[in-house]
Design a binder for this molecule. Sequence first.
Ligand SMILES: O=P(O)(O)OC[C@H]1O[C@H](O[C@H]2O[C@H](CO)[C@@H](O)[C@H](O)[C@H]2O)[C@H](O)[C@@H](O)[C@@H]1O
Length: 257
Amino acid sequence: MIPDDAITRLADAPRLLVALDFDGTMSTLIDDPMQARMHPRARVAFDALRQAPGTTVALVSGRSLHDLRVIAEHEDDSDVLLAGSHGAERWTPDGASPEEPTLQERTVRDELRARAESIAASVPGAWIEPKTFGFAVPTRTVAPPLRGDLHARIDDLVATRAPGWRRRTGHDIVEYAFRDIGKDDAVAWLRQATDASAVLFAGDDITDEDALRALGTDDVGVRVGAGETAADVRVDDIPELAEMLVRLAQARGQARE
Ligand SMILES: O=P(O)(O)OC[C@H]1O[C@H](O[C@H]2O[C@H](CO)[C@@H](O)[C@H](O)[C@H]2O)[C@H](O)[C@@H](O)[C@@H]1O
């Protein structure tokens, strides 16, 4: 159910930020992360919001900024703001502001990643996804009975060699990172950068809950799919979210006629 009062409230905001998670929110989850692209209906809604008056659209993702730009087909002249690596890497039309890992951080990251890769090599279907500030262990291609042991071995590796790294879980994935920044930080930055008077944030996974919990009374949080959530609106799937976003784009146009 898509509540009309949420649409009306956001339609009247002087400056609206629409901040959207990517995987599972704008794009269907698939086995090969770099093949992910926006769902066609999500793309229509996304483009409609970009045209809506007084509205800024942003993507907020756990992906590295580089990978996010590839899968979102984000061009250099885009008006869409990006927060990659949960907000540690940022892009605005004025330029990117990637926070580079230090030489020491890169050395530790590369050593742990190589060790994780040799563990993954012994498990059919397992692989390690490189990330700017660490790495992830996706398991969609690993048989369920093998996943527990794989995660336990890599948990042990990280706990021993880099106990300060942050561990996050998501849909069929565990991520380890040496930057402790969350999507709440990303949305706070975007809110300030766009001087937004209201925010719509939509996401489907545990890391999105950081942003959803941090929203204010003038904002609207949307959870896509099942799971415990701090969002005030839940939609079943990406097409239902897309329908809501199209209605919002239309309502913002009408509010300014
Ligand atoms: O914050 P997000 O944009 O939702 O990114 C979270 C993770 O997304 C990707 O993994 C998820 O999507 C994959 C492709 O559909 C899927 O194979 C995987 O099971 C999902 O967890 C990405 O690969 C991760 O790096 C992101 O952290």
